[in-house]
Design a protein around this ligand. Sequence first.
Ligand code: F6P
Length: 320
Amino acid sequence: MKKIAVLTSGGDTPVMNAAIYSVVRMAKSKKMDVMGIIRGYSGLINGDLAELLPEQVEYISNQGGTILKSARCLEMLTDEGKQKAVQTLKDFGIEGLIVIGGDGSFKGARALTHMGVPAIGLPGTIDNDIAYTDYTLGFDTAVNTAAQEIAKIRTTMLSHDRICVVEIMGRHCGDMALHAGVAAEADFIIVPEVEFDLDQICEEIMARTARGRETSIIALSEGAGNSQEVAEYIKEKTGRDMKHVVLGYTQRGGEPTVFDRILAMKTGARAVELLARGIGGRVVGVRNNEIIDDDIDEALAMQLKFNYKLYEQYQAMTNY
Ligand code: F6P
């Protein structure tokens, strides 16, 4: 291939720029030109793209956000949208496409591959909700941010003998709440994958209070409930001074961790290597510390596995 394109799609992550850097630099090393598509599939459908030069991506790998901007594009779900996208790629002589986004964005990449344009997916989402890869690009940074925020919240809760429900992003996936909760020693972790009983949590809070443990942090995955409602419920049952914090978009910003940057560099490089060999219809990720690529259809059919072992081990550590 002589000319490829790259886009970022869906909710952004702090490490999308590092992935773009990797794609552009690796492609240049293989004498391929790279077009940068603006605002994901919407830019592809509307022909909003321009050549990305190696100097334009210099020093962006430590910056959050995406220089290509990102969007969720409903038009890409329609046949007309997909045909327009293919037409843009043809008009610009683009032979292969790299899509950095979540599983919704991968469906677009799969459709384009089936329509004759080889596309490769890079798992760009903070949620870690893509089954074929152990880690998505941005998860590590988002978890680090959440763990640091919980630690900050804890100091003020301790000063005031308060209890705080901290709501953590992740859509329907509890990975972020689990990992941030464990890393920051949350007292309770609530995730959508594990059934929970708020009344039992209230009893445990009262028991902790009786033992002189006035402060508790509850790490709540957004897929398991609303932090304000949970805080109000616990307050009504226990009479304790309750607060809630929604971490929200802080988890999608900031400087990416070194782990995330290296992962973005390695997976971006593999994506270009595949296209250079004329291979599309694959998704790139990491399993057991190895960079891997899988068939996009098979990858999209895989079932997410929650880390029950870590959840149970941490439960054992906190129930003493
Ligand atoms: O998928 C990433 C994510 O940040 C989720 O954790 C969250 O539920 C959602 O996106 C928020 O989406 P939006 O940017 O559309 O508000």
